[in-house]
Design a protein. Structure first.
Length: 290
């Protein structure tokens, strides 16, 4: 069994990105990320803080707009409009979840798709689903890059994804499909998850349920990707997989923490770099026209 070490890989990717950003800065472009945080949900605040710190480490300028939870939808949309038109901002990220009185889809659709570094805009989701280059949601992108770095080719493999959220499970299914896997999607209404997972070459799970995937659900030498994050009462962080009993059966498995988590952050930074590199290209083209 080999651990898929997202912590080491993300550190290496971060150092590569640092150099790429330095080159961009030398060409007059500092990548800029605007993060919108509505309310003070402790988990969201912690994630936003982690993102801001990561930006600082690699040389991305980041600004966090903290809004009260009672902000109106129109007020939120007008902040997005300002950021859409801000030439120093390459990426806009609205931390989810939003309060129930805000229509999340409308807010996400208001972001300029070229600044949608979260890959949540239907324009980018559409491009992803037909397999053309676009912004891809950070966690699924991180999973694919983690597999790639261990030379795991998903072509022709039977992949089962458990958990069909818009931000993880669904885009991951598209990426796997685009990469040539045969994909099965399990969700809250799936009657017998084991019937799918027990024959799978690769099982990806991101549900938020401790111990959901047990050893009897996995075939010998399967690859297991745990995207779950659960904090036990003791404070210990665990995934959705019964790691102790599942790991010995697998060929590769992600630990929690230190597997998919660090890959998510680096993917967001890479997306922000990609948006800034796009700005440089546009500037160059405009320059040529004049
Ligand atoms: N909430 C949980 N995960 C994410 C994420 O990747 N991006 C945003 N914007 N909100 C989230």
């Amino acid at each position: 069994m080999t651990l898929l070490d997202g912590k080491s890989l993300s550190a290496k990717l971060e150092s590569d990105l640092n150099e790429q950003i330095a080159t961009l800065v030398s060409q007059g472009i500092t990548p800029g990320l605007a993060v919108i945080l509505v309310g003070n949900d402790p988990a969201s605040c912690a994630y936003v803080q982690m993102k801001a710190k990561a930006c600082k480490r690699v040389g991305i300028y980041s600004v966090t707009h903290e809004m009260p939870s009672k902000i109106t939808q129109d007020e939120l949309l007008s902040v997005i409009e300002i950021l859409n038109n801000d030439p120093n901002i390459d990426g806009i990220l609205v931390q989810l979840p939003l309060p129930p009185h805000i229509q999340t889809t409308q807010v996400l659709e208001a972001i300029n798709p070229k600044k949608d570094v979260d890959g949540f805009h239907p324009f980018n989701i559409g491009r992803l689903s037909i397999g053309i280059d676009t912004f891809v949601s950070a966690t699924p992108l991180g999973v694919m890059n983690l597999l790639k770095s261990y030379n795991i080719d998903v072509r022709g493999k039977d992949v089962v994804i458990v958990g069909m959220s818009n931000i993880v499970g669904k885009p991951l299914a598209s990426l796997m499909l685009n990469a040539g896997a045969s994909v099965s999607c399990c969700h809250i209404l799936t009657r017998d998850i084991r019937a799918y997972t027990k024959n799978a070459d690769i099982v990806c799970v991101g549900v938020g349920k401790v111990g959901l995937i047990t050893a009897d659900m996995i075939k010998e030498d399967a690859i297991v990707i745990d995207i779950g994050i659960n904090r036990l009462e003791s404070g210990v962080l665990v995934g959705d997989v019964d790691f102790e009993n599942v790991a010995p059966k697998t060929s590769f498995i992600t630990p929690v923490p230190g597997g998919v988590g660090p890959m998510t952050i680096i993917s967001l930074l890479q997306n922000t770099y990609k948006a800034a590199a796009f700005r440089l290209e546009q500037d160059k083209r405009r320059g040529q026209k004049v």
